[in-house]
Design a binder for this molecule. Structure first.
Ligand SMILES: Nc1nc2c(ncn2[C@@H]2O[C@H](COP(=O)(O)OP(=O)(O)OP(=O)(O)O)[C@@H](O)[C@H]2O)c(=O)[nH]1
Ligand SMILES: [Zn+2]
Length: 206
């Protein structure tokens, strides 16, 4: 697969065309096993390439999903509710794009509705769609805010991710207790520090 045929990930569903076949992906896993120093033909490893490509389908299913689609169904009958909607402790299971190592943590998502709200489970799905791609934590944080802003046109959105990167805990600097916090504030959240404080208090981070 040549680099110039692979599209840059966007908010929308991404298809890197042409994708290698499943057989080619499995062959690549065999190569990595052999490169690590083991025998891909021994009994315990013979089905591993098949399992790994199956796992990749799960870990990277976000490339085939469109966050805008999840946010397309909105509700306008909310009796004038106009304060922030906050979701706390959404599980994040993603993979860093530098090492393809997991990073695990929690996401906190808030927005200030204008005239419509979205089903709260859809916000969890949006986090999951971006998590199930190769990511940096910063990119993922910004993409969640952008997807919500584009779809709901809220007065603002606030996103925080707090995660531990296994590329830092199991290798490299080997610091398992370091967690990384990223935040993205847009609209009124960006311009109003009191709103930021309320968000942080509501999620238990202030
Ligand atoms: N900013 C940012 N950095 C990340 C993220 N995930 C991993 N990294 C970092 O990406 C960097 C890659 O650095 P390189 O020097 O290119 O690669 P490396 O030699 O494997 O780096 P070390 O991890 O320091 O051993 C490292 O500092 C990682 O800690 C992320 O989500 N955001
Ligand atoms: Zn990494």
């Amino acid at each position: 697969m040549k680099n110039d045929t692979v599209q840059k990930p966007t908010l929308k569903a991404v298809h890197s065309a042409p994708r290698p076949s499943q057989e080619e992906a499995m062959e690549a896993v065999r190569t990595l096993i052999a490169w690590a120093g083991d025998n891909p033909d021994r009994e315990g490893l013979i089905d591993t390439p098949k399992r790994v490509v199956k796992a990749y389908k799960e870990w990277f299913r976000g490339y085939d999903m469109d966050p805008a689609e999840e946010l397309s169904r909105v509700f306008e009958d909310v009796s004038g509710y106009d304060d922030m909607v906050v979701l706390r402790e959404i599980d994040v299971e993603s993979h860093c794009e530098h090492h393809i190592a997991p990073f695990l943590g929690k996401a906190y998502v808030a927005y200030l509705p204008t005239d419509k709200v979205v089903g709260i489970s859809k916000l969890v799905k949006v986090v999951e769609i971006f998590a199930k791609r190769l990511q940096t934590q910063e990119t993922m944080t910004a993409q969640i805010a952008e997807a919500i802003d584009e779809a709901l046109k809220p007065r603002g959105s606030a996103i925080m991710i707090d995660a531990v990167h296994q590329c830092m805990s199991t290798r490299g600097v080997h610091h398992p207790d370091v967690s990384t916090i990223t935040t993205q504030f847009t609209g009124e959240f960006k311009t109003n520090p009191q709103l930021q404080d309320r968000f942080l208090k509501l999620i238990g981070k202030a």
